[in-house]
Design a protein around this ligand. Structure first.
Ligand code: PEP
Ligand code: MN
Length: 333
């Protein structure tokens, strides 16, 4: 249930109403917009009399929200959320470009990639230290050593770091990682979602391989319900009957997620296609469809990458993508 307040409502009147709602056993999420304040009620609202609330002097409207996700819902928070990662903004007109290798492999590799993607226009550096691999015999990531190398790249470039966590017990290692990635395979690992929801770090939530958008929004709700409001949604392709590409990029997820939620939406054309030559056209399409950013895999030597070389761009190819994406963004302004 949401209660829209009149712009004339005073702080005292608002506080009194919030207290009254809380006394009815519900939690109140306050969204102070430029023109209006919206009170989102979470919990069992069945005993609250809509008509009584609607009749209050400071109330403009009362609406029942049918969707099971509340904090994530745009009805609770009509304006786009702008996530601020150490001064790098994403959402609400701020376009974020996250780039870097699938996996951190060595100090020389991550430093070279970090410097080159920064020069090309990336705003954040990605790099996997803990890798979710289909085979237990494949490279599993450099783990804590990988995080240390990312920290060196951050010190050298000033770029915020994005890296995937697979186990809540590893969270203390992520102290200097700015954005915690929840990978596709863990989108419904609810205990992990709750654990990152209790941190103060931005969370990049990737869509599961076979998950609906509603399920994705419910996963974001898990994070937000623990108090962490800094969530970025990431469409990274879903599994379909098509085998030409690694996954099928669901471009329609962008307007759909943005209609239903206020959270920023980024697109990962690397995992969505699995093919380096398809990353540029899909990145341009995502920007044209209104994405708030991109996440792209870049490697200094894709042919010899320890993970996902086939879909990784060289720094020069990445620079071309950024240039074309910027032209698209300019064109649709
Ligand atoms: C990744 O970003 O490196 C990754 C493993 O992605 P996903 O979880 O989308 O497969
Ligand atoms: Mn990868």
């Amino acid at each position: 249930m949401i209660t829209v307040l009149k712009s004339t409502a005073t702080a005292e009147q608002k506080a009194k109403l919030i207290k009254w709602f809380e006394a009815q056993g519900v939690k109140v999420h306050v969204s102070d917009g430029e023109y209006q304040t919206i009170l989102g009620l979470v919990g069992d609202t069945t005993l609250i009399d809509d008509e009584l609330v609607d009749a209050l002097e400071i109330v403009e409207a009362v609406k029942r929200v049918s969707e099971p996700y509340k904090r994530v819902n745009r009805k609770f928070h009509p304006e786009d959320t702008v996530v601020d990662v150490n001064g790098v903004k994403i959402g609400g007109g701020h376009f974020g470009i996250i780039a870097g290798p699938c996996s951190v492999e060595s100090e020389a590799q991550i430093l070279e990639v970090a410097n080159s993607v920064k020069a090309a226009g990336a705003t954040m550096l990605r790099g996997g230290a803990f890798k979710p691999r289909t085979s237990p015999y494949d490279f599993q990531g450099m783990k804590s050593e990988g995080i240390e190398l990312l920290e060196k790249a951050k010190a050298a470039t000033g770029m915020p770091l994005v890296s995937e966590v697979m186990n809540a017990d590893h969270l203390p290692l992520f102290e200097n990682v700015d954005v915690i990635q929840i990978g596709a395979r863990n989108m419904q690992n609810f205990e992990l979602l709750k654990a990152v929801g209790r941190t103060n770090k931005t969370v990049l939530l990737k869509r599961g391989l076979a998950n609906t958008l509603k399920e994705m929004l419910m996963s974001a709700e898990y994070i937000m319900s623990e108090g962490n409001e800094n969530v970025i949604l990431c469409e990274r392709g879903i599994r379909t009957f098509e085998t030409f590409t690694r996954n099928t990029l669901d471009l329609s997820a962008i307007p759909a997620l943005k209609e239903k939620s206020h959270l920023p939406v980024v697109v990962d054309p690397s995992h969505a296609t699995g093919i380096a030559s398809m990353v540029e056209p899909m990145a341009m399409a995502a920007a044209a469809a209104g994405a708030d950013g991109l996440m792209i895999e870049v490697h200094n030597d894709p042919a010899n990458a320890l993970c996902d070389g086939k879909q990784s761009l060289t720094p020069a190819q990445f620079a071309s993508v950024v240039e074309k994406v910027n032209k698209i963004r300019e064109a649709i302004k």
